[in-house]
Write a protein of this length. Structure first.
Length: 252
């Protein structure tokens, strides 16, 4: 998630990968029942902003789903892209997709628990003073919506990983986050975030609350505390993801 939604080149491996990611996320969202038969999908510009890709990427992903018979696109003022009248696979597809996302989240969160707490320790023990202060300054980032939250969250976690000065570890954190959020895209789009936050207007305070204990431990140079607070944060995040997933598990 995240990104500006600016248009991308129409060719190249990166574009193909982004198109496949968007198509798979929407495919899973439909299978989960997040978009029911006949439901209109969000406009291209909203999907582009949600996934952090260009509108051309979204357009091609939707064309792929249309070729599969999952969606139908019509033109005109009342047109748009809607889920096909019958959801392929029915409840069995929903159960399978839910189980797959749950297993993927478990694997990625276990991996992140293995590397990010140690990255936080290194940031506290080896990070330059200016860099540690910048992590604290990030707590005041303006966060108006879910997209802004994900951008701020990514900036904080990657900045912290880089602060420790271990390029191999920093790359591992970057890769783990990117792959996990691709796998989780089917959950974020249009989810009822009241399961996680009291209202969508609380993303800003939530971002600060979730990260300030880590940032201040890093600022203080307390490696043990930074490691422990990051571990707590990741476990809380895993519970939030599962709460979102439970929305779909209850649907029939």
């Amino acid at each position: 998630m995240g990104g500006t939604g600016a248009e991308e080149p129409v060719n190249g491996t990166a574009h193909a990968s982004s198109r496949a990611m968007v198509a798979e996320a929407l495919r899973q969202r439909i299978a989960l029942g997040g978009f029911g038969p006949g439901d209109r999908l969000p406009p291209e510009r909203e999907l582009a902003a949600a996934f952090g890709v260009g509108r051309n990427t979204v357009r091609q992903a939707l064309r792929e789903l249309a070729d599969e018979g999952l969606v139908v696109t019509t033109l005109g003022r009342s047109g748009g892209t809607r889920v096909a009248p019958t959801r392929p696979g029915g409840d069995s597809a929903r159960v399978a997709v839910t189980a797959g996302i749950r297993a993927s989240l478990r694997d990625y969160m276990e991996y992140r628990l293995a590397i990010e707490p140690f990255a936080a320790r290194l940031a506290a023990e080896r990070g330059a003073g200016a860099v540690r202060r910048e992590l604290v300054a990030m707590l005041d980032t303006e966060v108006d919506d879910l997209g802004a939250y994900h951008r701020a969250d990514t900036r904080f976690h990657l900045g912290l990983a880089a602060a420790g000065g271990n390029d191999v570890l920093s790359e591992a954190v970057t890769r783990a986050r990117a792959e996990m959020f691709v796998a989780g895209n089917a959950l974020w789009l249009g989810s009822d975030w009241s399961r996680v936050y009291p209202s969508e207007g609380d993303f800003g305070p939530a971002f600060r609350e979730e990260h300030e204990a880590i940032a201040f431990a890093v600022l203080a140079g307390d490696g043990a505390a930074a490691e422990a607070r990051m571990r707590d944060h990741l476990r809380d995040a895993h519970r939030q993801f599962l709460a979102l997933l439970d929305q779909f598990g209850a649907q029939g």
